[in-house]
Design a protein around this ligand. Structure first.
Ligand SMILES: [Zn+2]
Length: 210
């Protein structure tokens, strides 16, 4: 009993020390009112695992329309770690070249531990939450404002643009990405191939146009 008591005391002491260390780390961060915010609200780093990177690159290459994924991971201090990407539940008709709308939340779709949602911009364009040089919020910033997650991200070919609750936009290069922005999901080329291959819509409609 006594040994267990000592062990508990030691563990408690360690926990206190760890918490104190965390407080020191937080105190080193420049943002004011940081402790009043929820975890990850002032995230300064988005760490994407190799598995998640591979998945994103593969999805990006495969989809001519926007895809959406649930970023599964955890938050350590001001770093958000994305372990893997789970597919969001999206009605196929609700994914176009410029929009994607999930049918339900990541939790309702069965995924626990979601730290944020990521969606793609297949042409590698408009990868921002604020129009460049302004504080004018894009539609992606507006949809982030309606979500509950600490971060949000846009898959943009060779980089992930992301934002946390302090609304500071940042980006992460995806090393190993051999696709420049806009080169992925070559919709126009696909259409050309379809025409040359005789596989265009039988009524001649340009169903792939934007
Ligand atoms: Zn978007």
């Amino acid at each position: 009993m006594q040994v267990g008591g000592v062990g508990l005391a030691r563990r408690a002491a360690r926990a206190v020390a760890a918490a104190a260390g965390l407080m020191v780390l937080l105190a080193l961060q420049p943002e004011p009112a940081r402790l009043a915010e929820t975890a990850g609200s002032h995230a300064r780093a988005l760490i994407v695992s190799d598995q998640a990177r591979r998945y994103l690159l593969l999805q990006y290459r495969a989809y001519p329309t926007e895809f959406m994924g649930c970023m599964i991971g955890e938050i350590h201090g001001n770093a958000v770690i994305v372990r893997r990407i789970a597919p969001a539940d999206v009605e196929p008709g609700h994914s176009t070249e410029t929009t994607v709308v999930p049918k339900q939340t990541c939790e309702d779709a069965g995924w626990a531990g979601t730290v944020g949602v990521i969606h793609s911009h297949p042409q590698g364009e408009r990868c921002w939450y604020f129009f460049p040089g302004t504080r004018v919020a894009s539609s992606d910033a507006h949809s982030f404002a309606r979500q509950i997650y600490p971060v949000d991200a846009i898959m943009c070919g060779n980089r992930v643009v992301w934002i946390s609750r302090d609304m500071v936009q940042q980006q992460v290069p995806l090393s190993g990405a051999d696709l420049p922005p806009g080169a992925a999901a070559p919709v126009r080329q696909q259409r050309g191939n379809q025409v040359h291959g005789g596989a265009a819509a039988s009524d001649g409609s340009d169903y792939g146009s934007r």
